[in-house]
Write a protein that binds this ligand. Structure first.
Ligand code: BES
Ligand code: ZN
Ligand code: ZN
Length: 493
């Protein structure tokens, strides 16, 4: 989408559709009064007739409204003024684009209200617009008439250096989210670990990152026994993808942020095989990898002051003749021994070695993202990302970044009582809990055994990285969750 600001009066902007929004409670001043004036009282009439009340994401589409150069006026309900947040603004922009796309509109203009004219509001609108352009119809040969919105005009913000920077940030972040969503959507035959590595190399070139891909031999030399134990059941070799962003002014002793993303390009469960029902969804078990690649794509362009290294362990989890079996004991790169109780708890195995490697590369702070457990869906449904971490202030900083980015994330506990649940009878640790609940927490504890006492945040995105149903502002399928927060966090570390 081509995005630009215009400073001429909104009524004279001849776009295909002008988008704005109205609050539910007594919103009749300012812009609303003005629109009522130019359109000859249209809005007032419809509100009084009870046809449009301003309820959240309610839509009112008018053609050829008098006094406006735009062909259509789309008014979106904004709900109660007192409850309105920047996240709502982002959703309004997204929902409007998805509504107008259906109507075959190709260009829109978004008009901000007087109260939402901070650069951060502008960034949120751009993010909403760009994310809403995403569709997953790549493999459809008969595409429904090319319905695409490719122009977005922003009205209401006086153009300044700050607004130009906000537009750039919003565009880069949302385009990166869409890049990640594309990856997450790919079926496993189109995205093996090798193909994921190729895509990372290509992306890295465009984003100005250094990319290194570790092949099987190197992975063996490094003794990544936990990753290899998962990969051994597959005919496809594993990869470890390393992407580096180095700031222009690197300070001695400055923090190095490590981003680790679970890259299981397909999870059958291995010998502890999953039921057939819904197994096709396990193509998105590289959601953590997609998230971190998307974040790196954005960071390469936004250039934070901090060095960032992404480590993506990529493999399939297959039940081949060479597959590991329940009860097998594996030695991780760190030297810790792991009793593999359930081969379907493979994410934590590959993350263990990726974290050890990130530490070896000099990362001083860690964030990992993984579609790790079904249990996180039991705890938080598809509403909040489950967040684990240490120490307290690092976790708090991360959650504050999530708030600023408008992503719902919820802190989960890591009491020591849970650690006892992953003690093994014959090895250092086992890869599943006691089976008596707390599955997302014991999984996080397993990863913590490898992060040790480094500042570390773990995101369980198993229930949030995929939308089973479309939202008014977001297509069905991969959501791009956590990318905004990770970028926001890195920009402020
Ligand atoms: N990839 C799954 C987790 C998952 C479930 C992701 C649903 C997305 C949607 C993970 O590898 C897994 O299978 N976890 C098991 C762990 C169990 C065997 C301890 C789970 O959650 O059931
Ligand atoms: Zn699994
Ligand atoms: Zn998995």
């Amino acid at each position: 989408m081509k995005i630009h600001q215009e400073s001429q009066p909104y009524a004279t902007v001849a776009s295909e559709a002008l988008i704005t929004y109205i609050f539910e409670d007594g919103d009749s001043e300012g812009l609303v009064a003005e629109l009522d004036g130019t359109t000859g009282g249209k809005l007032k009439e419809l509100r009084e007739a009870g046809e449009f009340g301003g309820k959240p994401l309610e839509m009112l589409l008018l053609h050829h409204a008098p006094g406006l150069a735009a062909r259509r006026l789309l008014v979106v309900g904004a709900g109660k003024r007192g409850k309105f947040t920047r996240a709502d603004l982002r959703r309004i922009a997204g929902a409007a684009v998805r509504r107008l796309k259906k109507a075959g509109v190709r260009g829109v203009a978004f008009l901000a209200r007087e109260e939402q004219r901070a650069p951060e509001d502008l960034q949120a609108v751009v993010e909403g617009l760009v994310m809403a352009t995403y569709e997953s119809d790549k493999y459809r040969t008969k595409k429904e008439k090319e319905k695409k919105i490719d122009v977005g005009i922003l009205l209401g913000w006086a153009p300044t250096k700050e607004t130009a920077a906000a537009i750039l940030r919003g565009r880069v972040i949302a385009e990166s989210q869409n890049f990640g969503r594309d990856l997450i959507n790919e079926p496993s035959n189109m995205l093996t670990p090798r193909m994921l590595a190729e895509k990372a190399v290509e992306m890295g070139e465009g984003a100005g990152l250094d990319v290194e891909v570790l092949e099987e031999e190197r992975i063996r030399e490094l003794k990544m026994g936990a990753l290899l134990s998962v990969a051994q059941g597959s005919a496809e070799p594993p990869r470890v993808i390393v992407l580096r962003y180095t700031p222009a002014k690197a300070r001695e002793g400055a923090p190095v942020l490590g981003l680790i993303g679970k890259g299981v390009t397909f999870d059958t469960g291995g010998i502890s095989i999953k039921p057939a029902n819904n197994m096709e969804k396990m193509k998105y078990d590289m959601g953590g990898a997609g998230t971190m690649l998307a974040a790196m794509r954005a960071l390469g362009r936004l250039k934070p002051a901090v060095a960032v290294i992404a480590v993506i362990p990529a493999t399939e989890n297959m039940p081949g003749g060479k597959a590991q079996k329940p009860g097998d004991v594996q030695t991780a790169m760190s030297g810790k021994t792991i009793e593999v109780i359930n081969t379907d708890a493979e994410g934590r195995l590959i993350l263990a070695d990726a974290i050890t490697y990130a530490r070896k590369l000099g990362c001083t702070h860690l964030v990992d993202a993984a579609t790790l457990t079904g249990a996180i869906e039991v705890a938080l449904a598809n509403v909040n990302v489950g967040v684990f971490g240490q120490p307290e202030d690092y976790l708090e900083n991360f959650l504050a970044a999530a708030k600023r980015a408008g992503e719902k994330m919820w802190p989960m506990p890591l009491d020591e009582e849970y650690e006892a649940m992953i003690k093994s009878d014959i090895a250092d640790i086992r890869n599943t809990g006691s089976g008596k609940g707390g599955g997302a927490i014991t999984a996080a504890w397993f990863i913590k055994e490898f992060a040790e006492d480094l500042p570390w945040v773990h995101l369980d995105i198993a229930s949030t990285c995929w939308n089973d149903d479309a939202k008014p502002w977001l297509a069905k399928g991969p959501t791009g969750v956590a990318v905004r927060t990770i970028v926001e966090f890195a920009m402020n570390l």
